[in-house]
Ligand binder design. Structure first.
Ligand SMILES: [Ca+2]
Length: 462
């Protein structure tokens, strides 16, 4: 009996974790640019001397009409604020009413067609406005005052008389009866699924579209549901995207991450904290982050979770442009980028002439040649010991293999070998210290063998 209870207990603990949670039913509201709209009439009028409006949307096209796609209205039928796209542009602007007029604030000058963006505008009477797009938020001090009684929020259009319907999609709307601070706006950008709830008046989200009843349900708890007139719910997939540092496994903040969808030779940017994707399709995504190498992945959008590990940018060594190779990427050679190149190369400076090795090892060939020809042999030849010669030889050999391995082409290798040969002969010929002659001979023979091997490989004899 006790054993059965223990089994039941184990099962009860495990059971909730066993079935994979299916993605919610997410919908985007698509507006046709003509007569589609979603109207929210507040269950209770809200007195505002400050407020915040946040929306996630996308322009599907540009047209020659002004599109006032979110607007707040008071109980006397006057506009309080609006988001709009001026005709023939990708601009995002806000008009907000004050006692001294209706100032305009440009939030973004080019949002691009098809890019999903998050827009925010906050007003506090007589104090400031805060605004921004996609995680970058700003504050302006203002002296304008205004107080209103919020009654209606129009989503996708302006007013019954002047529709000005968006050609695009709206995914998400928040309205607050207070001016959120910048860190709160950032927190919404980093996780739109958990916005601050203090002062929240309206919250329309992709998981609150009631397609059966044409209602966009309000998740704020205030019962301010929107009524859908004509706007088409389009099913979308919204997996969670987590982007990690490949070395530390720590999550990279969304503020530093860029996400783009690649389809039909076009790229559109998405919000990494809320990747709104086509429903149940296989898509190609590019994920990049500041100081990380980007990755392109292909994934089915029906998954709950996409985890991506990004490698930190590696040390990049420049080689002369005449080789037509811009970068040698250490990561390609599986050289750990954690080794401090500076520290390693500084060791060479213990030997006279070590700066030559330094330049050589960085593949800074032009600096190397300069060093070679400006090296004052009469002063330094005796102190340029055979140890330095030997190290130079080893590095010569290593550099040639290195170049061969990377370029898979003998030309840069031969060029490098030639440069090294010239450099070595500069030291070997005028300095008649007895040890330097056989060492120089050995190095030249080794270089000859290396280049011969490259030729054989090139001609297919190896
Ligand atoms: Ca319509």
């Amino acid at each position: 009996m006790r054993r059965l209870l223990v089994l039941l207990l184990i099962f009860a603990l495990l059971a909730p974790a066993l079935p994979a949670k299916a993605q919610e039913s997410y919908y985007a509201l698509s507006f046709d640019g003509e007569d589609d709209k979603v109207t929210v009439v507040l269950s209770n009028t809200v007195a505002l001397s400050e407020y915040t409006v946040v929306a996630i949307a996308k322009y599907r096209g540009v047209d020659d009409d002004w599109k006032r796609w979110i607007s707040l209205w008071d109980d006397a039928g006057n506009m309080i604020m609006r988001f709009e796209r001026p005709k023939d542009t990708n601009l995002l602007r806000t008009h907000y009413v004050t006692d001294s007029g209706v100032p305009i604030k440009v939030l973004a000058s080019d949002l691009g067609i098809g890019n999903v963006f998050i827009a925010a505008f906050a007003f506090k009477s007589g104090q400031f406005i805060r605004y921004g797009v996609n995680g970058d938020f700003y504050e302006d001090v203002i002296s304008d005052t205004y107080q209103a009684n919020l009654k209606e929020v129009h989503v996708g259009y302006y007013s019954e008389n002047t529709l000005k319907v968006l050609t695009g999609n709206i995914y998400y709307v928040l309205v607050y009866s207070r001016a959120l601070n910048i860190s709160e706006l950032e927190s919404i950008y980093n996780d739109p699924t958990n916005p601050p709830i203090d002062g929240l008046v309206l919250w329309l989200a992709p998981d609150s579209v009631d397609t059966a009843n044409d209602i966009w349900q309000d998740k704020s708890g205030n019962g301010n549901d929107g009524t859908i007139y004509g706007a088409t719910p389009e099913r979308v997939s919204i997996p969670r995207l987590y982007v990690y540092d490949a070395n530390t496994s720590e999550q990279i903040p969304y503020m530093n991450v860029s996400l783009t969808l690649i389809a039909n030779n076009t790229t559109t940017s998405l919000i990494p904290s809320l990747p709104i994707l086509p429903w149940n399709e296989t898509v190609t995504l590019n994920i990049s982050a500041v100081n990380y190498e980007s990755r392109t992945i292909s994934t089915w959008t029906g998954v709950d979770l996409i985890s991506v590990y990004l490698a930190q940018d590696t040390v990049q060594l420049s080689v002369p442009s005449e080789f037509n190779y811009t970068f040698v990427d250490l990561a390609t050679l599986n050289v750990s980028a954690n080794v401090s190149l500076e520290k390693m190369l500084s060791l060479f400076h213990h030997w006279p002439g070590g700066s030559l090795l330094d330049g050589l090892f960085r593949l800074n060939v032009s600096q190397f040649i300069k060093d070679v020809f400006t090296f004052d042999i009469s002063v330094e030849s005796h102190s340029f010991s055979w140890v330095g010669m030997l190290i130079t030889g080893i590095i010569w050999f290593g550099a040639e293999l290195f170049a061969w391995f990377y370029f898979k082409n003998p030309l840069p290798v031969i060029a490098l070998g030639r440069i090294l040969y010239e450099g070595m002969s500069k030291f070997a010929t005028p300095a008649f210290e007895i040890l330097q002659i056989p060492i120089a001979g050995f190095l030249l023979y080794m270089g000859y063998l290396t280049i011969k091997m490259m030729f054989e490989k090139w001609s297919g004899e190896r």
